[in-house]
Design a protein around this ligand. Structure first.
Ligand SMILES: *[C@@H]1O[C@H](CO)[C@@H](O)[C@H](O)[C@H]1NC(C)=O
Length: 419
């Protein structure tokens, strides 16, 4: 009679273990924690797809609700590092810059008469998720404001599915131009020679794109002094780079998820996903993708041999016709900063580029670092061997990772020394 509960418990345990367990590379630290996090994400995604399929809600809305629910729960558990508990001296205002909602963090008073640094930050989340006001973004912005004596401006650009490219980019650009205006710099007592633009993942994409536009705009008298890009998304022509293939199933950014974020951002039909995975969208029959453009994303030339390993360059001769026409944004430097020419890159500010070994976007970042350097820009590349995509956002208990804390510390220290 006692056998049944035992069998039940054992099978339940095995099913949960089977669901949670995924093979991870040996040098990923705290693998069990990453597996739990991944299981949480997978469950959220699957439930969201189910709700969408049943016609209840757009799956992006469901994902947003679950993340908010989770954050609420964490706060309820008495996490010591949220909201006002961190850097209580930092002053917060939720206002608009050129009509775009922003959160401004002002450092504690003191040192009157001295100009302060400025940092504009674009959060990540695949151009569809996230908010600079929530979770670790808010914590990091408070830390930056306090430690760097900086006025930090976090931009709440609009997201998919409400909008798609180029709206998020244009929101960020409008906020950036306002930030760099004499009037705003004076109002906040910011040194015009010490203003950074920064962001992670999709936010790194926006930061790189905005930085290029401002750098080449002769009407802007004040420009960004540095750009700090954290595992940025930079191109959509090649989804078969060594890092896309090596890290295809590494949490939390699976290859299919990143390709899907791109389709959403470019306002393209999601059914194109298999074509993009096969690089059919950038086949040689598309004459508007010139050899010159291809060379700008050619990892066989731009990557160090240690990253190339035995991966093959996937160049399709005859792919599907028309995919590029269905998403013209794919060749636009405002969506794909890696496609910019050397004359544009040469004008860009000094760069900090953070990459993680276990990240599909590793090679986007490495190739951009190389191309900026070749254009004569000073680049500091920080590569985290134990890093995975998203680690920068995991610094708050219970979702904290050692590599997350190290990456945030390295980033703030770099700004301290270079901004
Ligand atoms: C890519 O294009 C080729 C040639 O048109 C086609 O045979 C193949 O099925 C396509 N691959 C995918 C995944 O759609």
């Amino acid at each position: 009679m006692r056998l049944l509960p035992v069998i039940f418990t054992v099978s339940l345990t095995l099913s949960v273990a089977y669901y949670v367990y995924i093979p991870l590379p040996d040098d990923i630290q705290e693998p069990w924690k990453l597996m739990m996090l991944d299981a949480g994400f997978r469950t959220t995604m699957n439930l969201a797809s189910l709700m969408d399929w049943l016609g209840f809600d757009h799956y992006i809305s469901s994902i947003r609700q679950s993340t908010e629910g989770f954050e609420g729960m964490v706060k309820g558990m008495g996490s010591s590092e949220t909201d006002g508990a961190v850097m209580p001296g930092v002053k917060i205002s939720d206002i608009t810059f050129n009509g775009v909602p922003v959160r401004v963090y002002e450092p504690p008073a003191g040192g009157e008469g001295h100009l302060r640094r400025g940092v504009m930050y674009f959060h990540g989340g695949g151009w569809a998720l996230g908010s600079g006001k929530k979770g670790s973004y808010d914590t990091i912005n408070r830390m930056m404001s306090d430690e760097l004596n900086a006025v930090v401006v976090s931009v709440e650009y609009r997201l998919y599915p409400e909008v798609h490219f180029p709206v998020p980019y244009l929101d960020c650009l409008a906020a950036a131009k306002h930030f760099l205006s004499k009037e705003v710099l004076t109002r906040y007592a910011i040194d015009p020679e010490r203003v950074a633009v920064s962001g992670d993942s999709a936010g790194g994409n926006l930061a790189a794109a905005v930085s290029q536009e401002i750098s080449t705009d002769d009407t802007m008298s004040v420009k960004f002094s540095v750009q700090a890009l954290i595992y940025p998304v930079l191109q959509a022509l090649d989804f078969n780079t060594p890092s896309y293939l090596q890290n295809e199933y590494i949490p939390i950014l699976y290859r299919t998820v990143m390709v899907r974020f791109w389709l959403q951002y470019l306002g393209a039909d999601l059914s194109l996903l298999p074509q993009l995975m096969a690089n059919n969208h950038s086949s040689l029959q598309h004459s508007n993708i010139t050899p010159e453009l291809r060379a700008r994303v050619d990892w066989t030339v731009l990557l160090h041999p240690k990253y190339k390993k035995n991966y093959k360059h996937v160049v399709v001769g005859k792919g599907s016709k028309g995919t590029v026409k269905e998403m013209p944004g794919v060749l636009d430097v405002r969506s794909s900063p890696l496609l910019a020419g050397p004359e544009v890159l040469a004008k860009c500010p000094r760069a900090y580029i953070l990459t993680c070994e276990h990240d599909v976007l590793r090679d986007d970042g490495l190739m951009y670092a190389r191309r900026l350097q070749e254009a004569g820009v000073t680049v500091n590349s920080h590569h985290y061997e134990n890093g995975f995509h998203g680690c920068f956002s995991f610094i708050v208990w219970p979702l904290d990772f050692d590599v997350g804390r190290r990456s945030v510390r390295g980033y703030i220290d770099w700004l301290k020394n270079n901004l």
